[in-house]
Design a protein around this ligand. Structure first.
Ligand code: NDP
Length: 349
């Protein structure tokens, strides 16, 4: 099957790319620079030379019409589009320009281009987020149960509150725009839509990473932990408290996108493994990496605990687990594999 994957240089997308190529699909992936393109083609030399992997450059997804050229050039016989590219970081000064525009215009411009030039596309999977599900006002409320049906009520007026809220707005507005697009017959979409909504994603790094300084946002805390930043006190976990392994996130995109599971058309897939806390991460790392004990917080160092059950939200993703027929990777395996991959990056730097 011919698949287009946007943002192929990213942490999650690199796992999707790997799974697609291992299953012998033909993949066109987009990145924003020649150096990122070269890193991918050199990681897959045989697929690149046989033409089963093509890396295309889309320099700025925040431009209307950003994906027109790539879809015009590669849209023939294209069946599946997986749209993962979207900014996930907090080092911005202008949230509208740096987060909202690439998230929102990136999403609408790819959908418009497919509707216009690639009638063979049957399904589009958009990587959304728990950020589009959570309601910040209810994170400490045990009677709130977040599920596939929950929507973050955040609006564009909230983007100057704080960086986390701005990021959540970018994901919420982009996902809403995608559903609005396929629901409005005027847009002429011949494809259906599935979204994948992960909470905090941890897991091994397979994308090109020059140094650990360039680690993706969600794995950053693990780098901090193994580098000794948690020795004097473990930082707060944040508001989200739920996580999933990157390999399961990739599997969800592939299974849903390639039609390997039934009943996912028009669904939001809330891919969650379980609860986590920074305090639990520290304990798992201490147990599994005794050789790093000088960098890790000693047993008894406080901070980063999970709030008691009566002081945090509830969640229910049983619908997604059933649809995907998946057994979620557990936290200990995930962290062990993640740290091993980080050590490889460090060793080769
Ligand atoms: P990465 O930062 O590794 O990947 C983000 C991808 O988007 C990269 O390919 C990046 O390109 C691309 N991108 C970001 N901003 C722009 C831009 N302005 N123009 C063009 N491309 C851009 O993070 P993840 O792999 O974690 O994120 C992938 C997707 O998953 C995103 O949609 C994110 O919102 C979503 N997500 C991630 C979660 C997590 O915990 N990791 C949780 C929930 C959702 P480049 O390599 O050039 O920077």
């Amino acid at each position: 099957t011919k698949v287009l994957l946007t943002g192929g240089s990213g942490f999650i997308a690199a796992h999707i790319l790997d799974q697609l190529l291992n299953a012998s699909h033909t993949v066109i992936t987009t990145v924003r620079s020649q150096s990122k393109a070269s890193a991918i083609t050199s990681a897959y030399p045989s697929q690149s030379s046989s033409g089963s992997l093509i890396v295309a450059i889309v320099p700025d997804i925040a431009q209307p019409g950003a994906f027109d050229t790539v879809i015009q050039e590669h849209g023939k016989d294209l069946e599946v589009v997986l749209h993962t590219a979207s900014p996930f970081h907090f080092n911005f000064t202008d949230p509208k320009k740096e987060l909202i525009d690439p998230a929102l215009i990136g999403t609408t411009s790819i959908l418009q281009a497919i509707a216009k030039w690639s009638p063979t596309v049957k399904r589009v999977v958009v990587t959304s987020s728990f950020a589009a599900i959570i309601n910040e006002a209810h994170v400490s409320d045990p009677s709130t149960v977040f599920s596939e049906n929950s929507w973050n009520p955040v609006t564009i007026d909230d983007i100057h509150k704080n960086p986390a809220t701005a990021y959540r707005a970018s994901k919420t507005l982009a996902e809403k725009a995608a559903w609005d697009f396929v629901e409005d017959p005027k847009n002429g979409a011949k494809f259906d839509l599935v979204t994948v909504n992960p909470p905090m994603v941890f897991g091994p790094v397979v994308h090109h990473l020059a140094t650990l300084e360039a680690i993706n946002t969600s794995n950053e805390r693990i780098v901090h932990a193994i580098r000794g930043k948690w020795r004097e006190g473990i930082p707060p976990t944040g508001q989200a408290y739920i996580w999933v392994d990157v390999r399961d996130v990739a599997t969800a995109h592939v299974k849903a996108g390639l039609g390997e599971v039934d009943g996912v058309s028009g669904e939001r897939l809330f891919v969650v493994s379980g609860w986590f806390s920074n305090s639990e991460i520290a304990a798992v790392l201490r147990k599994n990496f005794p050789e790093d004990k000088d960098n890790l917080p000693e047993e008894g160092v406080k901070g980063g605990e999970l709030p008691a059950k009566g002081e945090r939200f509830g969640y229910d993703n049983s619908e997604t687990t059933k649809l995907l027929g998946i057994e979620w990777i557990g936290l200990e395996k995930c962290l062990v594999d993640t740290v091993r991959s980080l050590k490889k990056v460090e060793g080769s730097a």
